[in-house]
Design a protein around this ligand. Structure first.
Ligand code: PHE
Length: 465
C-alpha cells in the first residue's frame, strides 16, 4: 500500500519522518533536554518535592497536552513551517506572529542553552579523562571545593566559548543533513541510548543509603511548601519542558507521517518526558540526601554535586561519564528542534537554501550567545532589572513569549478552526482515536487552557508577587 503512495510523495519536495517510531523519538528528543536534567530536579527541590510534581502534572494535562495536540494539528494539516501555516488556513493572517515570535524564542533560548550545552560537552571530556577520580582521596570539604573550582574554571574565560561553538557546530551539522538523514537518524539512534543510561543511573542511585529519603521527597507531597509562585512556576516549566508555544511542535508536526495518531503521540511524548524527569530526580535526590547536600542547588546541582557524589562510588567514573553523555544527547536533540523552527521558516518562507539558512541562523545564535551569556564575555556585565543576560533571555522566552505563543495557538485552533476539521485530522478521517476524547480536548482547549494561561501572564506582570 505504501508503494502506491511513493510516486505521489516524490512530487512533494518536503521531507517527512518515515515511521511512527521515528516521529516518537524525534518529538521526545525535542522535549527531553536540559529541562529534565537540571530545571526539573532543581525546581522540584526548591518547591517542596512531590506537591510541586503533582501541580506540574496537572498543567501538563490541562495546558501541555492540549497545546501539543493543537501544534501537531497545525503542522500536519498544512505541512508548513510555523509562519506558513497561517498562509494556508482560514483565519486572520496576523496569527503569523506566532511563527515570528517562535523564531525569536528559539534565538533567545539558544543563546543560553548552547552555553550550558557547552559546559555539558566539556564535562563529557573531563569525565572521560578521569578529572574527578582523585576526589575520593580528599576530605568531603576539599572535594567540594575542588568540584566548585573545576566548574568555575569551566564557566570562565575562553574555554566555555569554544565548547559552546562546538555544540552549535554539532547542531548545525545535524540540521544540514536534513529531516530524515539528520534529525530522524540522530534521534532514532541516540534516544534509546539516553533512555537506557538514565534508567541504569536511577537504579544505581536507588541503592545508596539516602535513597529512601530521596524517593520520599519525590513521592510524599508536602503541600505546605507550595506557594502561588511555585504553582505558576510549575506551569512555566510545563511549557519549556514540552517545547510548546514557539512553533517547535508545529514544525515537527509538519514532518509527521499521515498514519500517525496525533493525540496518541502527544500523550506518549508527555508521559515519557515526565518519566525521564522523574528518573532524573530519582538519580539526583538520593545522592543529594546521602551526602547531605541542599536539594535546591540550581544549575550547580548538575555540575557541582554530581561529579562529587558519583566519583566516590564504586564504578563512579563510569556513572559520571554516562550521566554527562546522556545530558549531552538530551541537550543536542533539544537544540536541533529549537533551531529547526527558524530554519524551516527561512527555507520555505524566504526561499533560502537549507544549508545557507542553517549557517546564517546558527552563526547569529553563536555570536550573540558567546558575547552575552558568559560572565567574562563582552556584554557579560549587562544587567536588566538586576538579572544578567543569561537569565533575562530565559525569562523573556519562557515567561513571556512561549506562553503568549501558546495562548495564540489555543485561540486560533479553539476559535478559528472548525470542529469537524479538527476531528477529521485528529482521527485520520475516522481511522484512529476516540471522538469522545477529542470532544473533551476541544472543550478544554476553548475554555480551560486559555484561562490558565492568562494566569501565567498576570504572574509575569507581577500581579501575584
Ligand atoms: N524541552 C527542552 C528541554 O526541556 C527545551 C526546549 C524548549 C526545546 C523549546 C525546544 C524548544 O530542555
Amino acid at each position: 500500500m505504501n508503494k502506491q503512495h511513493e510516486p505521489m510523495e516524490k512530487q512533494v519536495t518536503r521531507e517527512t519522518f518515515s515511521t511512527s517510531l521515528a516521529v516518537f523519538f524525534a518529538t521526545l528528543g525535542s522535549a527531553v533536554g536540559l529541562g529534565n536534567i537540571w530545571k526539573f530536579p532543581y525546581m522540584t527541590g526548591m518547591n517542596g518535592g512531590a506537591a510541586f510534581i503533582l501541580v506540574y502534572l496537572f498543567f501538563v494535562l490541562l495546558i501541555g497536552i492540549p497545546i501539543m495536540v493543537s501544534e501537531f494539528y497545525l503542522g500536519r494539516k498544512t505541512r508548513k513551517n510555523a509562519v506558513g501555516v497561517f498562509d494556508v488556513l482560514k483565519g486572520p493572517k496576523s496569527f503569523k506572529i506566532i511563527g515570528y515570535m517562535g523564531m525569536v524564542s528559539a534565538m533567545l533560548i539558544m543563546f543560553f542553552y548552547s552555553t550550558v550545552a557547552g559546559w555539558v560537552y566539556s564535562y563529557v571530556v573531563k569525565t572521560i579523562r578521569g578529572d574527578f577520580r582523585f576526589l575520593k582521596d580528599l576530605s568531603i570539604t576539599d572535594a567540594k571545593a575542588q568540584t566548585t573550582a573545576v566548574f568555575d574554571a569551566t564557566a570562565s574565560g575562553i574555554e566555555p566559548m569554544i565548547w559552546q561553538g562546538l555544540a552549535v557546530i554539532v547542531v548545525a551539522t545535524i540540521l544540514m543533513l536534513g529531516v530524515k538523514k539528520g534529525i530522524e537518524r540522530v534521534t532514532k539512534t541516540l534516544m534509546p541510548v539516553l533512555l537506557t543510561l538514565i534508567i541504569l543511573i536511577a537504579i544505581r542511585a536507588m541503592f545508596l543509603p539516602g535513597a529512601a529519603e530521596g524517593i520520599s521527597f519525590l513521592v510524599k507531597p508536602d503541600f505546605s511548601q507550595l506557594t502561588t509562585s511555585s504553582i505558576l512556576a510549575a506551569m512555566g516549566l510545563a511549557f519549556f519542558k514540552l517545547s510548546l508555544g514557539m512553533g517547535t511542535m508545529v514544525t515537527y508536526g509538519s514532518y509527521f507521517n499521515k498514519e500517525n495518531n496525533l493525540v496518541g503521540t502527544s500523550f506518549k511524548v508527555a508521559f515519557s518526558d515526565v518519566a525521564v524527569s522523574i528518573l532524573a530526580g530519582l538519580a539526583i535526590f538520593p545522592v543529594v540526601f546521602t551526602f547531605g547536600l541542599a536539594p535546591e542547588g540550581g544549575p550547580g546541582l548538575l555540575f557541582n554535586t554530581i561529579p562529587l557524589v558519583f566519583s566516590l562510588l564504586p564504578l563512579g567514573n563510569l556513572l559520571l561519564v554516562s550521566f554527562f553523555v546522556l545530558s549531552a544527547i538530551a541537550a543536542t536533540t533539544a537544540m536541533v528542534s529549537m533551531v529547526e523552527v527558524p530554519v524551516a521558516i527561512f527555507t520555505e518562507q524566504f526561499k533560502i537554501n537549507r544549508k545557507l539558512s542553517v549557517v546564517m541562523i546558527t552563526s547569529v545564535m553563536f555570536i550573540i550567545g558567546v558575547l552575552t551569556t558568559h560572565p567574562d564575555a563582552l556584554f557579560g556585565y549587562v544587567r536588566i532589572n538586576g538579572m544578567n543576560l543569561f537569565d533575562s533571555f530565559d525569562y523573556l522566552a519562557s515567561n513571556v513569549l512561549m506562553p503568549l505563543g501558546g495562548l495564540l495557538i489555543t485561540i486560533f485552533v479553539g476559535y478559528y478552526v472548525k470542529k469537524n476539521h479538527i476531528l477529521a485530522e485528529l482521527t485520520n478521517d475516522g481511522q484512529v482515536g476516540n471522538p469522545k476524547l477529542i470532544g473533551a480536548y476541544h472543550i478544554i482547549l476553548r475554555y480551560i487552557t486559555p484561562i490558565l494561561l492568562i494566569i501565567v501572564f498576570l504572574n509575569a506582570m507581577g500581579l501575584f508577587s
